[in-house]
Design a protein. Structure first.
Length: 220
């Protein structure tokens, strides 16, 4: 193979890659936070005794989970303005990623809620708590601790999905990597470094989350 590696252009544009990485992490954190709220509401909706709530929750989850995320991103950014809902690039992407995360997290939370022992609710009622307070102070905190490993995996997956933001010109890591590639024609170097940054970041996120899981794990 007659190819001369030259990473000089990568180092000259390292600040762009770093800023893109920072934006990607920001998008992932905000989206997972909003997605947790959406997923929790949808999970309770799927377990609700009211048929309409169950239908709405299941329809939302089925529609989002069976649609490619890139299609959702393009629909939100390009199609919604035709209906009178125009959003900037970053808010549009956060909205899409949050709805996408919420659909997947709803199943995680639903499984966690179903696995809750009935004694928790009965204990809450015994000390005079309302149904809302039982869910807020007992059911949800215990459930979150139990599903933290799945939540961690979803966050890592969501961070990798932020690379799709480049499709609507959001200046994340992939966007800047593509820009450097087009301007310098250093294809191998550019995408090799971008891939290593993603791998290293995901590894670091996983290490932090695993440590958090051990600290918050419920003693057996």
């Amino acid at each position: 193979m007659d190819y001369d590696f030259n990473f000089a252009v990568i180092w000259r544009n390292w600040d762009l890659l770093a800023s893109g990485l920072g934006l990607g992490l920001f998008l992932a954190v905000v989206s997972i936070a909003i997605g947790c709220v959406i997923g929790l509401v949808a999970a309770f909706g799927m377990l609700s005794k009211h048929r309409v709530l169950r239908w709405l929750s299941l329809s939302y989850v089925s529609a989002i989970r069976n649609t490619p995320i890139l299609v959702l991103i393009l629909f939100t950014y390009f199609a919604l303005p035709q209906l009178g809902v125009a959003l900037e690039k970053i808010p549009s992407f956060i909205l899409t990623l949050s709805l996408y995360a919420g659909a997947y997290l709803s199943e995680v939370f639903r499984a966690g809620l179903v696995a809750q022992p009935k004694g928790l609710r009965e204990a809450g009622l015994a000390i005079g708590l309302t149904e809302l307070k039982i869910r807020a102070y007992i059911i949800v905190p215990v459930m979150l601790r139990n599903v933290l490993p799945s939540l961690s995996n979803n966050f890592i997956s969501l961070f990798k999905d932020t690379s799709l933001a480049a499709a609507i010109a959001v200046p994340d890591l992939t966007f800047y990597a593509r820009k450097i590639n087009v301007e310098s024609f250093r294809v191998i170097e550019t995408w090799m470094v971008a891939s290593l940054i993603y791998v290293a970041t995901c590894y670091a996120i996983a290490a932090v989350l695993r440590r958090l899981e051990r600290r918050l794990a419920i003693p057996r």
